[in-house]
Design a protein around this ligand. Structure first.
Ligand code: MLT
Ligand code: MN
Ligand code: ZN
Length: 293
């Protein structure tokens, strides 16, 4: 199994257009790597690929990834796109993929409902891009030799569907993790997750690779830094400082954080936090990073 991190940042990216925090300034100045928004590509055979989450940066992500370049005038190695929630950073890239190019679009019924409610996405013509509904715990073959099973993880509805009261530990079809399997490898992709209950730890146990929600280092870092009013918990993301101890003692081939917000000190490879994460066995995802299992 090959996994390429197309974009390692959370919504907004690094730098974020309206942010002058130390990390965003450092990324603009080239002192730390810039990161595009949340997406990975996966393949079993290296010739046909699935993309998990279509970020607003997908156009440049595809251009930067030779494995995903066209193979002919209208030939693409891309066979499938799967989205793990309806958040804008995970679905807005679908608008870019509208050029009558065939691929299968997989999501749960609830996520498909969110997409169907957006009239602009009608431009992604179902004649070329069938919208395939995947039930929780159902396994589908995304590309030859590569299957995906979606499972509910604690999360919340997309920002644009939030009502007056928001449940942030919602279990259902709105936020899912993906279990990826080839003949002899198993990887888990969970870019958004509000909590790590024992059943999820058990599901993770023994996998060859885990790509997990690394949105925030501390639950309250955005408030502390004057960047926002919300905690990570309110946004449906558990903090790295809670995730690392929760998964200590779990057997995992490679553990990586993805979906980092620009406020997260892990985005600076020289930060004490990045050093600490490495000490605890975690890699920090970067754009273009490839994991071969
Ligand atoms: C999130 O992951 O919390 C969302 O992408 C936030 C957003 O929609 O901007
Ligand atoms: Mn996001
Ligand atoms: Zn910033």
């Amino acid at each position: 199994m090959r996994i390429i991190i197309l974009g390692a940042a959370a919504g907004g990216g690094l730098p974020q257009w309206n942010c002058g925090c130390a990390n965003c300034d450092a990324a603009r100045a080239g002192r730390i790597p810039s990161l595009t928004q949340s997406s990975v590509a996966v393949s079993a055979d290296g010739r046909t690929w699935a993309i998990l989450n279509a970020s607003p940066d997908i156009r440049m992500q595809l251009a930067a990834t030779p494995a995903l370049h066209p193979t002919g005038p209208r030939g693409m190695p891309l066979r499938a796109v799967l989205v793990t929630n309806g958040d804008i950073d995970h679905v807005a890239g679908l608008l870019t993929l509208r050029e009558s190019q065939p691929f299968d679009l997989y999501a749960t019924a609830a996520i498909h409902d969110a997409l169907a409610a957006n009239p602009m996405l009608a431009a992604v013509n179902p004649e070329f891009v069938p919208r395939l509904t995947v039930a929780l715990d159902q396994t589908v073959e995304l590309t030859p030799g590569l299957t995906a099973t979606l499972f509910a993880v604690p999360g919340k509805v997309p920002l644009y569907q939030e009502g007056a009261v928001v449940e942030t530990g919602l279990m259902g079809e709105t936020t899912v993790g993906v279990e990826l399997r080839t003949a002899d490898r198993r990887a888990l992709y969970i870019p958004g997750c509000a909590d790590l209950p024992e059943w999820l730890r058990a599901r993770i146990e023994g996998c060859d690779a885990l790509l997990f929600d690394g949105t925030l280092w501390d639950d309250d870092e955005m408030i502390r830094m004057g960047l926002g009013r919300k905690t990570g918990r309110r946004m449906g993301h558990m903090a790295v400082t809670d995730t690392m101890p929760a998964l200590a003692g779990t057997t995992i081939g490679q553990r990586l954080f993805v979906h980092m917000n620009n406020s997260n000190p892990l985005t600076d490879p020289a930060s004490p936090e990045a050093v600490e994460a490495a000490r605890q066995g975690w890699q920090v995802g970067r754009d273009g990073m490839e994991i071969s299992l």
